[in-house]
Design a protein around this ligand. Structure first.
Ligand SMILES: Nc1ncnc2c1ncn2[C@@H]1O[C@H](COP(=O)(O)OP(=O)(O)O)[C@@H](O)[C@H]1O
Ligand SMILES: [Mg+2]
Length: 219
C-alpha cells in the first residue's frame, strides 16, 4: 500500500504539490493526468526517492522502479541497454520482441527514433521485478501502435509481478486501458479521482470537465 499524508513540495514561495491524503491499494494501477506543470513529474520523483519533499510522509514498498519522462540511451546495442540492469539475455530478447524492437536488437541505442527509444527504456525497466512501478508519460513519444505495445507490456508485467503502478499521462487510451483509477491534477492538487471510464463520462466538476474537453477521446 502507498500512503501519502500532508505531502508538500515547494520551490521558494511556490507550492507545486499539495496532497493532504492519497492511499493506493497494493496491485492498483493509477494514472495521473493534468496540464503541463500540474505536478505529475514532481509526484513521481517524490515517490521514487529522487526528490525530497518539503513536508509530509510517504509510506511505500521497498522495491521501486522509475521510468523518467526523458528516455535515455546508454552506450552499446539494445540488448546491452537492457542487460545492464542485471537481467539475462533471454529476458532482454523476450522484451525486445514484445515491444517489436527485435529487428534493431544489435543496433546502437543512440540511433533509435524517439518512439523506439521510449519503448527500449520501458524494456529496461520491465527487465527487473518490483513492488511499485512509476512511469512518467510512458507513451508520450509513441504512435498509436507503439502505445498499444506499451500498454500491453505494462499490463503483462503487472499481472506477472502483482506490483502497484503509478503513471502520468496525457493519453486517455493509456488511462482507460492500463489503469483502474484516474486522478486529475491541477496546480499540484487532486481535483478528481475515480474509475477512468466513469471520470471521462462524468468528470464531476467544472475544471475536470473543461480539462477532458481538450482531450482527443480515442477509446
Ligand atoms: N527545480 C525546480 N525549480 C523550480 N520549479 C520547479 C522545479 N522543478 C519543477 N518545478 C515546477 O514545478 C511545477 C510542476 O512541475 P512538473 O512536476 O514537472 O509538472 P508536470 O510533470 O505535471 O508537467 C512546474 O510549474 C515546474 O516549473
Ligand atoms: Mg512531467
Amino acid at each position: 500500500m502507498i500512503e501519502i499524508r500532508d505531502l508538500k513540495k515547494s520551490y521558494g514561495e511556490r507550492t507545486v504539490l499539495d496532497f493532504p491524503e492519497l492511499t493506493v491499494r497494493d496491485g492498483e494501477a493509477l494514472a495521473f493526468a493534468g496540464p503541463n506543470g500540474s505536478g505529475k513529474t514532481t509526484l513521481l520523483r517524490l515517490l521514487s526517492g529522487l526528490l525530497k519533499s518539503s513536508g509530509g510522509t510517504i509510506k511505500k514498498p521497498g522495491r521501486v522502479l522509475y521510468l523518467p519522462q526523458q528516455a535515455y540511451a546508454f552506450k552499446g546495442d539494445l540488448v546491452r541497454n537492457i542487460t545492464l540492469t542485471g537481467a539475462d539475455k533471454e529476458t532482454a530478447d523476450r522484451l525486445l520482441q514484445k515491444l517489436e524492437l527485435s529487428a534493431l536488437a544489435n543496433k546502437k541505442a543512440a540511433s533509435l527514433s524517439g518512439g523506439e527509444l521510449q519503448r527500449l527504456a520501458l524494456c529496461r525497466v520491465l527487465s527487473v521485478d518490483c513492488e511499485l512501478l512509476l512511469l512518467d508519460e510512458p507513451t508520450s513519444a509513441c504512435d498509436a501502435k507503439g502505445a498499444e505495445l506499451v500498454i500491453e507490456a505494462i499490463r503483462e508485467y503487472k499481472n506477472k509481478t502483482g506490483c502497484t503502478v503509478l503513471m502520468s499521462t496525457h493519453s486517455p487510451v493509456l488511462a482507460v486501458k492500463a489503469a483502474d483509477r484516474l486522478i486529475f491534477l491541477n496546480n499540484g492538487r487532486i481535483t478528481a479521482d475515480g474509475k477512468p471510464k466513469e471520470l471521462l463520462t462524468n468528470p464531476g466538476n467544472e475544471w475536470a470537465a473543461s480539462f477532458i474537453a481538450g482531450w482527443k477521446i480515442e477509446c
